[in-house]
Design a binder for this molecule. Structure first.
Ligand SMILES: Cc1cc2nc3c(=O)[nH]c(=O)nc-3n(C[C@H](O)[C@H](O)[C@H](O)COP(=O)(O)O)c2cc1C
Length: 217
């Protein structure tokens, strides 16, 4: 295997501390150029990215998330609260970033528009679910491209879905149209930390093989 790909993969870490330095628009354009080379179902590129560099908006987003974390905490007993308090702080770890990118996606109704009303409703549901998942997976691939490209441009980044607790408020702040789904936030900036490598499960523990007779190893 090419060592280049290992180098690129191992340079990616979730960076959550950032230098107090804005990220230039040209650098972000380059980052998004690389992100959007991702494959997508039927090459529909069902993604749009909201790029926020306004600190006041980022603060308001974090405030909205903190409010929802507090609302969740209010419905836990003391042991749950203890466990969630530290975890919940990770939901606002985009606040110190000079840039937050919000990936959004919208299913492309190809099949669902072609089938007639005679289709079994359960099959129609699966068609719609397939289209929704196709948009989500395509956009997640662009997100991974972004995360891998960031360190190559001198940037640090981390994906966050915890903030989706406040999805309704974030959608409003980011002016995400109703038909678009907000998938995550990605904090981006020049890194002010070198995060340690995180552990992975042994690969054998996450595989299940279904081999045919011709598998001869
Ligand atoms: C879908 C997804 C959601 C995540 N959500 C959060 C989050 O809300 N807050 C956070 O601080 N990190 C979040 N992370 C970062 C993970 O904690 C991190 O990827 C994991 O601990 C492995 O560390 P590494 O990225 O440095 O390899 C998220 C990562 C992914 C892929």
């Amino acid at each position: 295997m090419s060592s280049t790909i290992e180098t690129v993969f191992s340079a990616r870490r979730s960076v959550r501390r950032f230098a107090d330095r804005p990220v230039e628009r040209a650098t972000l354009e380059q980052l998004m150029q690389l992100a959007t080379t991702a494959p997508s179902a039927s090459n529909k590129q069902p993604w749009r990215f909201v790029i926020v560099r306004d600190r006041a908006v980022i603060r308001a987003m974090a405030e909205a998330v903190r409010g929802e974390v507090a609302a969740v905490l209010a419905h836990m007993d003391e042991s749950g609260r203890e466990a969630f308090r530290a975890y919940g702080e990770y939901f606002t770890r985009f606040e110190a970033a000079p840039c937050v990118i919000a990936p959004t996606c919208r299913p492309t109704p190809i099949l669902s528009q072609l089938v007639s009303a005679t289709i079994d409703p359960a099959l129609r549901e699966r068609v719609i679910a397939m289209e929704r998942t196709s948009a989500t997976v395509s956009t997640a691939l662009a997100m991974e491209n972004l995360l891998l490209a960031a360190p190559q441009l001198g940037l640090g980044a981390s994906a966050l879905t915890g903030p989706l607790l406040a999805a309704h408020a974030l959608r409003e702040l980011l002016r995400v149209p109703g038909s678009w789904e907000l998938l995550a936030l990605i904090a981006v900036g020049y890194p002010d930390e070198e995060p340690r490598k995180t552990e992975r499960k042994p690969v054998d523990a996450v595989l299940r093989w279904i081999d045919g007779d011709d598998a001869n190893d």
